[in-house]
Design a protein around this ligand. Structure first.
Ligand SMILES: [Zn+2]
Length: 308
């Protein structure tokens, strides 16, 4: 079952203004800081928006199973956890550093040349990008993958992911996953709806990263509608495709969030580098942030060391 919400709010200028009034650039800055720290250190609250916005209507409708994998063929959690992990890389901004970028921010800002060198290393080393449906089928059923699989993921909707990263990936036939924070769509230095659709049409996967980058551990009641249900519907309307995959803002998750995501039809969810939930490995898939300081060699070592 999935909640289906009226989309009136999308087209209501008053609501749009109210929504955007909450936002400041500090949202993604906060995200970067927290994603770089350990999971429990996140203390900075972001905008407090959400419960004010009421959906015009709430309709509950049955949804098909999230994937084509029959439930009876899905392995148990222990079997899934025992499979060799696929390296999943997490990128944020792809742009050259400026004098205003702090040392810690540079972990999240990948200079263009560094990004090109990292992709070239992956291609030269025989890596092939895979998409979440392939990863899910592998984890859930043991379906085969290419011999050297890697997944490239991009968080937070930065424009340079579309303008710089996607064309560079195209050179190698690489496809990636873009986890969109929908509040940012159309804002300066962020992707537009049309650009997100273009990425989806080109074979990349569009996933959800909440409305305005909230920690799912703090979501209550109506927050789930604002942070999860509405962004899902918006992204599905933009791309014409189902949104089945989720990335936790700041990489933060707790066991209580997982059934909330499941009942909303998500197939799997991605965290950062903390230990997976032994009961729910598909909803705590690990990623590593590819640091702007990493040479291709360090990236490769990290992929080998961190995904066993
Ligand atoms: Zn994020």
């Amino acid at each position: 079952m999935k909640l289906t919400l009226g989309r009136t709010w999308l087209f209501n200028p008053y609501l749009q203004l109210s929504l955007f009034a909450f936002i400041s650039l500090s949202c993604s800055e906060t995200g970067r800081r927290a994603e770089n720290s350990t999971a429990e250190q996140q203390t900075v609250p972001i905008a407090k928006p959400v419960s004010e916005v009421k959906p015009a209507s709430v309709v509950i409708k049955p949804e098909p199973a999230p994937t084509n994998v029959p439930e009876a063929t899905i392995a148990n959690a222990a079997t899934i956890s025992a499979r060799k992990q696929v390296p999943v890389l997490c990128y944020h901004q792809i742009r050259n550093w400026t004098s205003r970028d702090s040392k810690s921010a540079k972990d999240y800002i990948m200079p263009e040349e560094t990004f090109r060198a990292q992709l070239k290393m992956l291609a030269d080393s025989g890596y092939q990008t895979i998409l979440p449906d392939q990863l899910y089928a592998y984890l859930a059923t043991g379906a085969p993958l290419p011999p050297k699989p890697v997944m490239l993921t991009f968080d937070d909707t930065a424009l340079d992911q579309y303008a710089v990263a996607a064309p560079e990936m195209e050179r190698y036939g690489f496809k990636g996953v873009f986890f969109i924070m929908t509040v940012s769509l159309g804002r300066p230095r962020y992707m537009t709806r049309a650009q997100v659709k273009e990425l989806a049409d080109a074979g990349h996967v569009i996933g959800s990263h909440t409305w305005d980058h909230q920690n799912v551990k703090k979501l209550k009641d109506q927050d789930w509608v604002t942070q999860i249900d509405k962004p899902t519907k918006q992204l599905e309307a933009i791309t014409g495709k189902p949104v089945k995959y989720f990335a936790y803002p700041f990489g933060l998750w707790n066991p209580a969030a997982i059934p909330e995501l499941k009942k909303r039809g998500f197939t799997a969810a991605f965290q950062l580098s903390t230990k997976r939930d032994p009961e729910e490995p598909l909803f705590t898939i690990r990623r590593t942030i590819a640091s702007g300081f990493w040479s291709p060699r360090i990236l490769h070592n990290s992929m080998v060391e961190r995904f066993k």
